[in-house]
Design a protein around this ligand. Structure first.
Ligand SMILES: [Fe+2]
Length: 292
């Protein structure tokens, strides 16, 4: 089998064919996918009916699995999936859609805001891999924004202004925007971390904007000024010309590079079952020192 990748948006995102990722991959295939990720930042694989173990095995080709503690309000005994998989479904541990006012569901609504996965961790994520086990017909799309193209389109003065800026990221900020109340225990768990606003990709050397709904301030700036500026940058970076919207088919597997993209899910009828399972490749470095 030979992998081929067809670009599906003018700026980025590729559709991969000629590979069965439910089976162990050879080194050439892994290298071809990594190269495709470096170039396209988002890759779509169709017709891949993965089991959880197969999804984990495929994910490990690209690094270490990120474990999920501290990233959610779901208690351990309420989890539907093991700790090394992130539940992007609308289901409880009994496979039933969460009630409208369930705290877990209200927390999950934060995924409708543009973000980069785990930007609230000191070492943010490399790739996310989302498997569509049961998808919905209407809505529930995953939209991606190319943060390299967004960076490239900034004017020189803005690029110079942001070059060395550092932001504070926390789940408190993204959930606070929605009016979600966190408990004192959650507040301690969601302590802000620092991330540089401009990132350089370790392989391609391309610069990108590291934005996320989790970013709630710019270090050294008055908070309202920082938030207003971050909002302006997000508006710039998510113009239609930088966005690919993925309409899910059952058994799609989509990989995105959190170092080069933001994403969000669109609304859907949550009385329906939407079973999406994510594995995450851990990053290997902080973007900036955490020392205050
Ligand atoms: Fe996400």
């Amino acid at each position: 089998m030979t992998i081929s990748i067809r670009q599906i948006h003018p700026a980025f995102a590729g559709e991969v064919s000629g590979i069965d990722i439910t089976r162990p991959l050879g080194a050439d295939d892994v290298a071809a996918i990594e190269a495709g990720m470096d170039r396209h930042a988002v890759l779509v694989f169709h017709d891949q009916p993965l089991t959880d173990d197969q999804q984990r095995a495929f994910t490990r080709n690209f690094g270490t699995l990120e474990q999920a503690p501290g990233g959610h309000v779901t208690k351990l005994h309420e989890r539907r999936l093991p700790i090394d998989m992130q539940d992007a479904s609308n289901l409880d541990q009994h496979q039933r859609p969460l009630a409208r006012d369930d705290r877990r569901r209200m927390f999950n609504l934060g995924n409708q805001l543009w973000h980069s996965d785990s930007s609230y961790r000191a070492v943010p994520a490399k790739y996310s891999l989302l498997s569509g086990r049961i998808v919905v017909d209407k809505g529930g799309h995953t939209e991606f924004a190319d943060m390299r193209a967004a960076y490239d389109a900034l004017d020189d003065a803005t690029r110079a202004e942001i070059e060395d800026l550092v932001c504070e990221h926390s789940l408190m900020f993204s959930r606070g925007v929605l009016g979600f109340d966190v408990t004192d225990g959650e507040r301690a768990m969601f302590r802000p971390v620092r991330q540089s606003l401009v990132r350089t990709h370790p392989v391609t050397g391309r610069k990108s904007l590291f934005l996320s709904a989790h970013a709630g301030s710019i270090v050294g700036w008055p908070v309202p000024e920082g938030r207003a500026f971050l909002r302006e940058l997000v508006e710039h970076a998510t113009q239609p010309r930088f966005v690919y919207s993925h309409k899910w088919r059952q058994y799609d597997l989509v990989i995105w590079d959190n170092r080069q993209t933001m994403h969000r899910v669109t609304r859907f009828d949550e009385s329906l079952v939407r079973d999406m399972r994510r594995t995450t490749v851990a990053g290997d470095a902080m973007t900036v020192s955490q020392a205050a």
